[in-house]
Design a protein around this ligand. Structure first.
Ligand code: ATP
Length: 337
């Protein structure tokens, strides 16, 4: 439907706040790209510049090769879904959802069919005749979402559109949303601070920090090869454990010394070019919580502080080298009593 390119995009507000800095990003035709980062890192500002709701300080917003910085909002063929949707209070849910098609003068029978399809996708069939004041927060949010996708825009921008929903509904709607996005084919940019949402929804994920995109790649690339400790800790739950260590290389092979523990890294040393430059230097080692395994004669002896049960897994909080780390262990299924 459309390719979106952001080239050297910057936003400085009148009070001097630099919300977005030198962002380069390409979203391929039909792709769903997620922009993820903590509160205040510039996600919404970036999205608003693409939508035309915020003036660009420097850089270009390019759609299908055309610079659209100066194109009016209503001429951009972009739909936006927000965390808080302003629904028309005097219209029913069905009328609210179908409104963009009315504006485009689409035939009534087509509108009715599209409204019914979209309402089914977003589980709103039961409330189509109600007015916004008679809806729960989640239903209102889904109505806004339905209204933004009904026109099958070539570019769809979503800013935390599921943040008011409970976890169960969010999880099921996530897969619905993916299915709808695939069917409609809108090139989509989805903003969230939730790394689980980013990992599960994104064809590609751009991680932001203080106005900059610090890494962009497929969810699995970002998880496996984070560019720095910030990305490493931001993506993954519980976050990656970061430990101070010293590299040793000698007759015993490659070893990491963590506190009083020594861990052989011979199996992975080949993947680290330049490891010999780090001998006797202090380094930070990242170990994912799920990378630990219990073993009768393992290399670390962890002193366990407490366990946290989270359904199918438990997180073991343990001490190593004076640091508390988290270890994730899957729980085996037990027959019900
Ligand atoms: P959140 O997840 O909390 O919505 P965000 O990542 O979307 O955060 P933005 O809303 O883009 O962040 O804000 C980025 C920075 O720009 C913040 O420091 C914010 O305070 C600042 N900012 C946003 N709007 C304005 C404005 N109109 N004037 C001045 N500063 C602003």
């Amino acid at each position: 439907m459309a390719t979106l390119e952001l080239r050297g995009l910057n936003k400085t507000f009148d009070d001097g706040t630099q919300a977005v800095r030198d962002v380069d990003l390409t979203v391929a035709d039909g792709e769903l790209s997620v922009i993820v980062g903590p509160s205040g890192c510039g996600k919404t500002t970036l999205l608003r510049m693409v939508a035309g709701l915020e003036e660009v300080t420097a850089g270009d917003v390019v759609v299908d090769g055309n610079r659209i910085n100066d194109v009016r909002v209503d001429r951009r063929d972009i739909a936006m879904a927000f965390q808080h949707h302003a629904l028309y209070p005097h219209m029913t849910v069905a009328e609210n959802i179908g409104f963009p098609l009315h504006v485009d003068r689409v035939h009534q029978t087509v509108i009715e069919r599209r409204v019914a399809d979209t309402a089914r996708d977003l589980r709103l069939e039961e409330v189509l005749d109600r007015r916004p004041a008679q809806l729960s927060g989640g239903q209102r949010q889904r109505t806004g979402l339905a209204r933004s996708i009904i026109r099958h825009p070539r570019l769809l921008l979503m800013d935390e559109p599921m943040s008011n929903l409970d976890t169960k509904l969010r999880t099921s709607l996530r897969s619905q949303l993916l299915a709808i996005q695939r069917r409609v084919g809108s090139t989509t940019v989805y903003v969230t601070h939730d790394q689980v949402e980013a990992m599960t929804l994104g064809d590609r994920v751009a991680v932001m920090r203080a106005g900059r995109v610090v890494q962009c790649g497929s969810p699995i690339e970002i998880y496996r090869r984070p560019v720095d400790t910030y990305v490493a800790q931001f993506m993954g739950s519980p976050p990656m454990n970061l430990l101070d260590a010293v590299v040793e290389g000698g007759a015993d092979g490659w070893v990491l010394r963590i506190g009083r523990h020594r861990m052989s890294i011979d199996d992975v040393a080949g993947r680290w070019p330049g490891l010999d430059q780090l001998v006797d230097r202090r380094v930070v080692v990242g170990i994912r919580p799920e990378a630990f395994q219990r073993a009768p004669h393992g290399e670390f002896e962890l002193s366990v502080r407490y366990h946290e049960h989270v359904g199918a897994a438990q997180w073991v909080h343990a001490l190593i080298g004076g640091r508390v780390i988290r270890v994730a262990e899957a729980l085996s299924a037990e027959p019900a009593d």
